[in-house]
Design a protein. Structure first.
Length: 526
């Protein structure tokens, strides 16, 4: 168990979760965060299936990843065709991915009822496909779809499909519990059996579990204990139906409980940030109760628990929350929480410590804002500005005197938005107006128009994404909303946040942070 690698499929399998739709920029941003943590393999998608994934593989080449290898996904060639003529396989070769993962049918039921071909042809499809890619100099992993169902239905044939992948030159064979219905004891039993077969000695085994029975994490860890050396999953367990195995607790348990050095100690401290970052980018709610990284994971409310934890945290905490970048929360007091602030401050190169009065001040400010609905995990630009303001190191680039937004529906159902802004830059006053596709676009255009003569560099900045989330559905149209804006220039991409009952005000907060961050970083680079 000393050398287990992590294979992340958040960008492919995770994107199939209901409610998630990543843009290409989202996928690149997530891949870059996964690389920082030290994830071994990042599955970017299926380049032969859609333009978005093809663009991702093109754009990720420009990211200077330091730790991760990018994998592309596809299926075996079609029945009674040539692997060399298969459009999907040719797209894999052209994708530039360093690793190729091929999924193939393992269950005889699927071969007959879904592929509508013979068992022999399916074996040829697997071996031909893997062999074609290996001959093109690619590292190939094979995903044995529905393997555990196949093993119990027709053990002999299921093993033949693995042999076909091995004979084609697959580096790793990943056994998939695709329907998520397998129990832990059966998963570990099957892997132990295969691990001890002479015909599969030397081949790496992986595990890919779905969570339809609620035990995908347990099944994945049991597979590792039984000999699997590669674990597939997604951040936060996102995926189709009930989701995939959640890599967050898998990594934490392997590193802390099983002694497997799958990530560094420093990377382990970034798990909470990574979990929240991916949820924000995907516009999904952060799971407060999520093990290790949830806001409630180390929260104590009961009097007996609080008393014991204050004497010795081990009394009611199975690990030190700081190990995974989280913090203890005592719900009936203001204690706890500095660790998270110090970790974030360190990332932003601010020299703080627990005894520094500024640390307590920043913590109280962040707690107050989080109580209102702010979430800074995927809004580093807003957090950097917040830190500078709290440390009194921030100088405003402009001051708003007021703005007005008008939305008009004209004949032909055409809707137009116009924003009027009054602001001051130094001693100068600006009063401008601009139209836009929507109210936020109009505000953005008006703000840039007012500032263009003072800060010409804003012409190189653009808003690349805009997300809105209702924080409390129960209050209906009066609910507080969170706006996340993604911006970019020729060098960087950054995210900012705003929260308010009025969506225009929330958008304005995020918009101003976005512009000010651009000006701030340009000033620091000068």
């Amino acid at each position: 168990m000393g050398n287990v690698k992590i294979y992340d499929t958040t960008l492919r399998d995770g994107s199939q979760a209901e409610g998630i739709s990543y843009s290409v920029r989202d996928k690149v941003s997530i891949a870059e965060e996964l690389d920082k943590i030290g994830i071994h393999f990042i599955e970017g998608g299926w380049p032969g299936s859609n333009p978005k994934d093809r663009e991702f593989f093109s754009r990720i080449k420009g990211s200077k990843l330091k730790n991760s290898r990018i994998a592309a996904f596809s299926m075996t060639r079609r029945p009674h065709t040539s692997a060399g003529q298969d459009a999907n396989l040719k797209a894999l070769v052209k994708s530039g991915a360093q690793v190729i993962t091929i999924v193939g049918k393992t269950w005889d039921f699927h071969v007959r009822e879904v592929l509508k071909t013979s068992l022999e042809e399916n074996l040829a499809m697997i071996e031909d496909t893997v062999g074609f890619l290996v001959k093109n100099g690619l590292l190939v992993f094979y995903d044995a779809e529905h393997f555990f169902d196949a093993y119990w239905a027709n053990k002999g044939y299921a093993l033949k499909t693995l042999s076909a992948a091995r004979n084609g030159g697959a580096k790793c064979i990943c056994l998939c519990d695709t329907n998520g219905g397998s129990l832990t004891s059966r998963i570990s039993g099957v892997i132990s059996e295969i691990r001890n077969m002479d015909s599969f000695s030397g081949i790496e085994l992986g595990i890919h579990c779905h969570n339809d029975s609620g035990i995908a994490v347990a099944n994945s860890l049991a597979a590792v204990e039984s000999g699997a050396t590669l674990v597939q999953g997604t951040i936060n367990g996102y995926g189709e139906r009930c989701g995939n195995a959640d890599l967050i607790p898998i990594i934490a348990n392997m590193k802390i409980k099983m002694g497997i050095d799958c990530v560094s100690d420093e990377s382990l401290k970034q798990l909470t940030h990574l979990s929240h970052f991916v949820s924000e980018i995907g516009n999904m709610r952060v799971k407060k109760e999520q093990p290790f990284v949830g806001d409630s994971a180390f929260a104590h409310k009961g009097g007996m628990h609080i008393n014991a934890v204050m004497k010795n945290p081990l009394s009611y905490e199975h690990v030190n929350p700081a190990k995974v970048g989280n913090r203890r929360r005592i719900l009936v007091s203001e204690l706890g929480g500095k660790t998270g602030i110090l970790l974030r401050a360190k990332d932003l190169k601010y020299d703080l410590n627990k005894e520094d009065p500024q640390t307590k001040k920043i913590l109280e400010l962040v707690q107050s804002l989080e109580h209102k609905g702010f979430q800074f995990e995927a809004a580093e630009a807003s957090f950097r500005i917040l830190m500078q303001k709290a440390l009194k190191k921030y100088k405003k680039f402009f001051e708003l005197e007021g703005f007005k937004v008008v939305i008009e529906k004209r004949s032909g159902n055409k809707i137009t938005s116009e924003a009027v802004i009054k602001l001051k830059v130094g001693g100068a006053k600006e009063h401008t107006a601009a139209e836009g596709d929507g109210p936020v676009n109009a505000l953005d255009n008006a703000l840039r128009k007012a500032l263009k003569d003072f800060y010409p560099a804003l012409a190189k900045m653009k808003l690349s994404d805009f997300k809105v989330r209702v924080l409390d559905e129960k209050t209906g149209t009066a609910a507080r909303v969170r706006v996340l804006i993604q911006s970019q220039d020729e060098k960087d991409v950054w995210n900012t946040i705003g929260v308010h009952e009025n969506i225009i005000e929330a958008s304005w907060q995020a918009l101003v942070d976005s512009v000010e961050y651009k000006l701030l970083k340009d000033k620091q680079d000068a």
